[in-house]
Design a protein around this ligand. Sequence first.
Ligand SMILES: *Cc1c(COP(=O)(O)O)cnc(C)c1O
Length: 424
Amino acid sequence: MTTRQDALALDARDPLAALRTQFSLPEGVIYLDGNSLGVLPAATPERVAAAVRDEWGTGLIRSWNSAGWVDLPQRIGDKIGRLIGAGPGQTLAADSTSVNLFKVLSAALAIVQAGGDPQRRVIVSERSNFPTDLYIAESLARQHGFTLRLVEPDEIAAQFEGTLAVLMLTHVNYRTGRMHDMAALTRAAHGCGALALWDLAHSAGAVPVDLIGADVDFAVGCGYKYLNGGPGAPGFLWVHPRQLERMERDGLWQPLSGWFGHAAPFEFSPHYRPAAGIVRFSCGTPPVLGLTALEVGVDTLLAAEPLGGLAAMRRKSLALTCHFITLVEKHCAGHGLSVITPRTEGERGSQVNLAREEGAYAIVQALIARGVIGDFRAPDNLRFGFTPLYTRFVDVWDAVEHLRQVLESGEWQEARFHQKAAVT
Ligand SMILES: *Cc1c(COP(=O)(O)O)cnc(C)c1O
């Protein structure tokens, strides 16, 4: 792709091009932030309006049954399951990623403790994991007498020993775009008797994931990134059937034992009895409107299934990120940018991160003022997400051209681009 014409030609040949019409993208915007907040699907406003107007307004409380509200967490969970290599009845759409992590990591620690080896008390994660994951793990480690050990990616291989309780990693790193080998690391964790827990926040709906094939124990993920569920959308959690069976057999609970995870919530019994299967990981009343929007978002990804699904999306995403890296290196050379995302295809998620010693925040702001939306991650990181459902090759071309102009003109040095907002 050496000219804008080449980019347009790639778009003309793109087998997924038609899927872009599922989205309501504002004019004049090149959106490279679907890894942070996915775009509004065109069908969402009317679907949510109908849920409000008809299901809530007319159906009222009857809609828990008649509109299937009560089954939404499992129904949408099963749809998400199709994107992450899960079988039916294994995934639940619920709560935030942080809360879901609290539930599944607690369950993992309870399983380890039930194993009876007091030496096995270390949770290993990556120092540059998304902080909320580390904060949740830190809290649980304190509560249950475990140690949270934070390591660099190249130190993970040295962690597989008898003290390891849980390997807790995010599949695609938010700051580097680097993707781990889920199957190999899970195998290594199992090889030393530990459990493997994966956060799919930057992979569900972006790269192929095969939880059953990789033999993972627990997983969580996010609903508002690549799943296009809207701001604050519920996330999801997944538990391998063998761990669900084990919890049942050994009488282990997840700690947020709310009534929606009860075996018979409408018996109103004073004592908790966990539901069978994944439903035991529910806590309180499901957020129906948020789930309704999330379902539309997930459907935009399932619409790719007849066109090759995630394999086709992955091919396009790798091409988009590869062209972006190549063009940045060619057209923005000499401006102090370095590409920190791996070039090896198997190690790259669906985003590209650039680093620059000075001005990363202001450069991102200057790009946003031009309608090219990426984001800044402290202290020096410019992050661009490439969602294959609606990003075109010409968007990659134009984004790099804007970046080149911002750097060459020095416009990012204007004072207005240096004011930090609350959310970056
Ligand atoms: C985005 C993201 C989250 C978000 O957690 P919330 O509870 O939804 O705020 C968690 N973990 C990772 C790895 C993420 O990328």
